[in-house]
Design a protein around this ligand. Sequence first.
Ligand SMILES: NC(=O)c1ccc[n+]([C@@H]2O[C@H](COP(=O)([O-])OP(=O)(O)OC[C@H]3O[C@@H](n4cnc5c(N)ncnc54)[C@H](OP(=O)(O)O)[C@@H]3O)[C@@H](O)[C@H]2O)c1
Length: 307
Amino acid sequence: MRAVVVEQWGGPENLVEREVDRPEPGLNEVLVRVHAAGVNPVDWKTRAGGALIEWGAVPAVGWDVSGTVEAVGPGVGIFRPGDEVFGMPLFPRQAGGYAEYVVAPARHLAPKPASLTHVEAAALPLAALTAWQALVDAADVRPGERVLVHAAAGGVGHFAVQIAKARGAYVIGTASAAKHELVRELGADEVIDYRENRFEDVVSDVDVVLDGLGGETAERSLTVLREGGRLITLPGPDDVPAAPDGVLAAWVLVEPDHLGLREIAALVEQGRLKPVVDTVLPLAEAAKAHEIGERGRTTGKIVLTVA
Ligand SMILES: NC(=O)c1ccc[n+]([C@@H]2O[C@H](COP(=O)([O-])OP(=O)(O)OC[C@H]3O[C@@H](n4cnc5c(N)ncnc54)[C@H](OP(=O)(O)O)[C@@H]3O)[C@@H](O)[C@H]2O)c1
């Protein structure tokens, strides 16, 4: 099968297309024919040599996939060949999503929302699960709470705005001015132009901050939280600032999550969550997708078409 692999850690030029063996599904595993593969910052961070865990010799980056079940291994009860599925198998271990086929533990996948194309569905898993697991599982956002989403037009942020809104929160997002209309359309009650204002000068009494930026943004975010507030920061564990008593500050790492994917699919089918796809490129142009993504200006998601 065709796959894009990382020949050696480094720049996007190290992403190369190769013929590799098609994987076989084992116990409780599913072989998925990939139609589209989503691209995430962790893909280029891994390609550059910053793998979250130790990997073997030939890394195959990419986790987000949407496709069709080609075969099931012994013991799989929830899928049959021909089912349309989406998910982010095996993260943060190697999955090899930039390929024609991928093997996944069955419950690292869920039925693809019928109303979405494979390109749209491939935009969802890692970023939408991150937003879900941060806001719902970790921060337990409640109706009426004030939620501040940094980088609200980005991959995680644009899902976070919609999920917080669906939970009944009052949502404030940060984005550059050109993206404000979109962030409002996604449900934000207020949008802050982070280039014109320091957010801590214009927002206060926040219950939950979802921070996709880390560093000094995480530090400054503590100042807008009220007693009982929760700061969930995403880039890495070193970005978590020391929080005062009564405030939670934590790094959350997304994990494969069958039930979370089902919740996300349900929101899609209810018309309360939609992926925004900024750029679609063929698998062979994975390097270009990384170059674009690494500029850090993506609106929504970048997706590779495979089948
Ligand atoms: N812990 C986890 O499990 C987990 C999961 C997913 C992602 N992450 C991490 O979370 C971070 C965000 O991921 P992502 O997929 O959302 O990235 P992304 O899609 O590449 O984010 C791009 C967005 O960031 C915005 N942005 C850049 N600087 C900003 C600033 N100072 N204030 C407000 N917005 C700003 C840009 O908007 P403008 O063009 O308007 O600047 C752009 O829309 C990455 O570091 C990623 O590795 C962690």
